[in-house]
Design a protein around this ligand. Sequence first.
Ligand SMILES: [Zn+2]
Ligand SMILES: [Zn+2]
Length: 468
Amino acid sequence: MPRKKVVPEDKNSQLETTTSENPPPRKTRGRSPKPPAAPDTGPSKSSKSSTGKGKKDKKDGETSTAKRKPRVTASTGDASPPKKSKSMAKNKKTESDTQAETGEMLKEKKRERKTKTKIKVEVKDDDEEAETEKVKGKGRKNASKTKQEVKEEPPAAASSSAEAETKPKRKAANKASVLLGGPGQFKKFVGAHVSITGGIENAVENAVAINARAFGLFLRSQRQWACKPMEESAARLFREACEKHGFSPSQILPHGSYLLNCGAPNPETLRKSREALVDELKRCEQLGLTMYNFHPGSSCGEITVEECLTRIADSINLAHQQTSGVTTVIENMSCQGNTVGGKFAELRGIIDRVEDKSRVGVCIDTCHAFAAGYNLSTQAGFDQMMQEFEDTVGFSYLRAMHINDSKGDVGCHLDRHENIGKGKIGIEGFRRVMNDPRLNNIPMILETPMGLDDEDEIRILYSLCEDL
Ligand SMILES: [Zn+2]
Ligand SMILES: [Zn+2]
């Protein structure tokens, strides 16, 4: 399946465009299509994404931890590119071989093949454990190492030297199990915004393919107001895929349409935005999702910020009346143009006006926060943002984060995402994010366009966790 990523980055500017505001600074970028993931990697990877605690998960965790470089703490499982199934390749070879041979030769070949298959199966099993190791040889080596380790696992009454030997391994395994989903152990759920091209259910496989622990997605076309209703069959496939791969609704954060301006001064835009908001929340219900992230809106310079906040809250209240069970999550903005929500006080202003406060939350986008003036590249700036958020909004409302570096400088007010560590926030900024317990147990969605592979960025982020 294509792993093309739709990047919800320039919604801000698009919103402005739709509301006759500033022109977009640039076009929304999409990621180049990537090679399809090998079909056989999906299910086995799924166990890693799973919050389940099956034997296989644990085994995978131990295996992957054992073989990984210390810096990349294993976390997200092996980050190998999709590769062709070896068994598939082998079958091909076997078929052509068979066609070319007859009689005794064939019998002889069959015997030989039987032996080969046996060996292959063993190797394949090893590879399954090693899963998606980039270098085949390395994978095998590691896999056999794991086997050896399992064999050498000392009995309960092991000698102290044996215990000492296994201790680091256990520690590493614990680290992995935290990331792989021991019960109640998940702390950081890092993932990315994934494509729904070809069907909304594909989002789940796309997330699995990059070893995501969380994911974002659009719920419908971003370019048109009127969209076909979601097919129940597609919704069912999505729910089943989530179940299969162990994604709970708390790990999934859909992103609202670019077109929405729920605080629009223009009555027609406001009406259409409110309809679309209800439509998207209903899609969430259909998909079994419980959170919905959207950009609050823009005053377009035609109404006051307070009036805009009231309209947004009214839109949320109206949508809540027509739906149930889905929390509307307001994203902080970058203070670009006349968009509201760049200041935490504005987010608070919306929350204050929402009647059902159990169904409203906030998503912090790091790029937007930086562009709005919080200098996340420094400890002081990070502390300031966190303190202001606590004082103004409160962490009880924090439901998710968008993890993006910023192309623009601090306070630039521009919504320009950059790959992690490559922008003005820098890797140390994200180290602080990844190690702050106030940011635990929420989806952390990468929205970065191009550059590094998502999978790698997920691994980079997990590698920053110091105390897992
Ligand atoms: Zn957004
Ligand atoms: Zn965002």
